[in-house]
Ligand binder design. Structure first.
Ligand SMILES: [Ca+2]
Length: 326
């Protein structure tokens, strides 16, 4: 049994800050959802009851992408207050000082890995999603219908609270009903986390009501909406849908959160369309508790291409590589 200490040492090395009581973040649907889709590269305790979870795509191809999520403890749950996605890079060796997050950004190539150091300073390079100055601040919400019962408003899918939710108000199970988050200005979105049911309280409330089995994430992209040069609005004039993307989503039948890759710049709207539900034990309304966008960061893109002042907080100039470094 002499290999046991080695196994233990390896486990300790993977998540050094995740021991003891703090490890309960691993039970959270947010962490479980990230771990379901990605390889967790680090989990590091931050300030204010937060943990920073670094993750990456699986596989051995070049240009693996990944990101990190800042999960904040709220009562008995841990929920993302910020997340980002590095296109073509993933973070490792994440450390936290105050709210500043430092890491090695790893670029996988066919011949190996290149790394470079990056620090994202809170207030300068990023802020939490709910803070003013976030690329997502000032967003509005809309829905095809809303349940008449109190407290199920569309804005509840974008209030940062997993305990509040929207419910559709159509007859039947709510297939084809939708809720949308409309950003105040086009935003760069890496991945989107969805909490697909009524999340509050115990398992019973989750099961009493309909929740998502499958859905579609429909994106409205600003820069591809029409052909500006020829002044054609494709959707209106030609009956085509151009510049929209649809991401198919599937959810397990348990209290959960799942993440889906969008990786688009200039996103004006994220719409969640219900296509299939798990039926509630008692009620026939479908709930969605939260939509959580992660900022898309494209380290290989030149800062000049991101000159919009609104995007400065979300698009740090630091990770940009010098020419010829590849
Ligand atoms: Ca909510």
């Amino acid at each position: 049994m002499k290999f046991v200490p080695l196994v233990l040492a390896l486990l300790l090395a993977v998540v050094p800050a995740a021991q003891g009581a703090d490890a309960d973040f691993k039970q959270s649907p947010a962490y479980e959802g990230l771990a379901a889709s990605y390889i967790v590269t680090s989990a590091t305790k931050g300030d204010d009851d937060t943990v920073v979870v670094g993750f990456k795509q699986s596989g051995e191809v070049a240009d693996l992408s990944g990101g990190f999520a800042i999960l904040k403890r709220e009562k008995d749950d841990w929920f993302p207050v910020y997340g980002c996605w590095f296109e073509g890079y993933y973070p490792s060796n994440v450390s936290v000082s105050g709210r500043d997050v430092s890491m090695k950004l790893v670029k996988t190539t066919l011949s190996g890995e290149n790394t470079k150091s990056l620090t994202l300073s809170y207030g300068k390079d990023y802020v939490y999603n709910r803070d003013s100055g976030s690329p997502f601040s000032g967003a509005k919400t809309a829905a095809s219908s809303t349940a008449a019962k109190g407290g199920a408003k569309p804005e509840h899918v974008f209030d940062g609270e997993p305990g509040t939710a929207w419910a559709e108000g159509a007859e039947g199970t709510g297939i084809d009903e939708w809720v949308a988050v409309q950003f105040a200005r086009p935003a760069n979105v890496g991945i989107v986390g969805i909490v697909p049911g009524l999340f509050i309280g115990k398992e019973k409330q989750w099961k009493d009501n309909n929740r998502l089995n499958r859905g579609e994430l429909k994106l409205d992209i600003a820069e591809e909406k029409g052909d500006v040069a020829s002044r054609i609005d494709f959707e209106k004039d030609l009956g085509l849908t151009i510049g929209g993307d649809t991401v198919e989503m599937t959810f397990p039948n348990r209290k959960s959160m799942r993440f889906f890759e969008v990786k688009r710049r200039g996103v004006k709207e994220v719409k969640v369309v219900i296509t299939s539900v798990y039926l509630g034990d008692k009620h026939d309304d479908t709930y969605i508790a939260e939509v959580v966008p992660f900022v898309l960061i494209t380290p290989d893109r030149k800062p000049a291409q991101d000159a919009k002042p609104d995007e400065k907080a979300a698009e740090p100039a630091k990770p940009v590589e010098k020419k010829g470094e590849n």
